[in-house]
Design a protein around this ligand. Structure first.
Ligand code: GLY
Length: 356
């Protein structure tokens, strides 16, 4: 088993383990990491979406029942539109009705939407209850399940209401990815390409060769773990993880969340890098390597939305601070930097990055 320990700050919040192993969803309650943190729990409230519920809820329920725990399960319709205040309120009411207390725990079983939403429910129900992340998409395994960011969307933008709440355990079972549609897999690879571009030539090489998936997942998790350990509250280095996300979030919003997160981020990284190469800030190799990887994993690099529309939609981004915004600019493959710029400069960059 691949085990990574995440030390969280402040130290009063306990550290937690990320476990990666094929078949783990059927036996995670037998692991030491689970027993250490969760053996006193009475009831696990499992939160999922309807698709994942069909495929894996019975596996989790059997594993927990065998270990002597009570379980309740709630599932909502899949998709970004469920990551809303309405679903949040329904889940909070469900937990209260079932008399879940602080000695119980929540399990987020699903992709990024489930993890963010169930995590925010766990962060705020009774002012915070423990939770376990069981990511079932590549994107959730390599990115969103690690680091304690939880949120819901509101009409003004994505992830605008949320909290930092670290999980007590992350259970990654690469076997569950076998049931994923190809587009969903590509979405996760977009975040993996992002990790490679911002800080790891080694990961870029792994994605360019036929490295086994569990090793790619472990490589990503290690990168994410190291960054969130150094900057848990996203005040500095962690912002590098937003490479491609200002434009990506704008595209998601403009598409009414019809465009997937990975596709939108792929386009965002391509536009940002094209503009940076034109300005002489990035080595041309950055764009070549990025476009090659995006193509290899069937990810898009262009959009039909106009620069004006993207800029307008980007103005509510969390990365904006008054009249400035922080963007992530590649320097050479495996090295990116945070660059603070006037908001208007973002428009010029979007325009430059969309021209051929
Ligand atoms: N997904 C970006 C972060 O966790 O900071």
């Amino acid at each position: 088993m691949n085990t990574l320990n995440v030390k969280v700050s402040p130290p009063s919040l306990r550290s937690y383990e990320i476990l990666i192993e094929n078949g783990l969803i059927a036996n995670f309650p037998d692991t030491e990491a689970f027993k250490k943190r969760f053996s006193n729990v009475q009831t696990f409230a499992v939160i999922s979406d309807d698709n994942v519920f069909e495929l894996y809820a019975h596996v989790i329920a059997n594993a927990l029942a065998r270990a002597g725990f009570s379980i309740i399960i709630s599932a909502f319709p899949p998709g970004e539109s469920s990551k809303s205040m309405e679903t949040y309120f329904t889940l909070q009411s469900w937990l209260a009705e079932k008399q879940i207390t602080r000695t119980d725990a929540i399990i987020a079983l699903g992709g990024g939407v489930v993890g963010d939403l169930a995590g925010f429910v766990a962060a705020t129900y009774l002012r915070g209850v423990p939770f376990i992340q069981i990511p079932t998409t590549l994107l959730a395994m390599v990115d969103s399940s690690v680091g304690g960011k939880t949120a819901v969307d509101i009409p003004a933008g994505k992830n605008l209401v949320g909290a930092f709440h670290q999980p007590g355990l992350v259970v990654c079972d690469p076997d569950v990815l076998k049931t994923l549609p190809d587009e969903n897999f590509a979405d996760g690879m977009a975040e993996s390409i992002k990790h490679g571009m911002i800080c790891s030539k080694k990961l870029i090489k792994m994605m360019n060769t036929e490295t086994a998936l569990p090793a790619i997942i472990a490589g990503n998790v290690k990168i994410k773990r190291d960054i969130v350990q150094r900057d848990p509250f996203d005040t500095g280095e962690r912002q590098l993880l937003n490479f491609g996300h200002t434009i990506g979030h704008a595209i998601e919003k403009l598409s009414g969340f019809g465009a997937s997160h990975g596709n939108a981020v792929a386009i965002g990284m391509a536009i940002t890098t094209r503009a940076a190469v034109k300005k002489g800030e990035s080595a041309p190799e950055c764009l070549e390597i990025l476009l090659e990887l995006l193509e290899k994993y069937n990810l898009p690099t262009r959009t039909d939305f106009s620069p004006e529309e993207i800029f307008e939609a980007a103005l509510t981004d969390k990365k904006r601070a008054g009249s400035t915004i922080t963007e992530i600019i590649p320097r050479v493959p495996g090295v990116c930097e945070l660059v603070k710029m006037p908001v208007d400069e973002l428009f010029d960059r979007i325009q430059a990055g969309m021209e051929s």
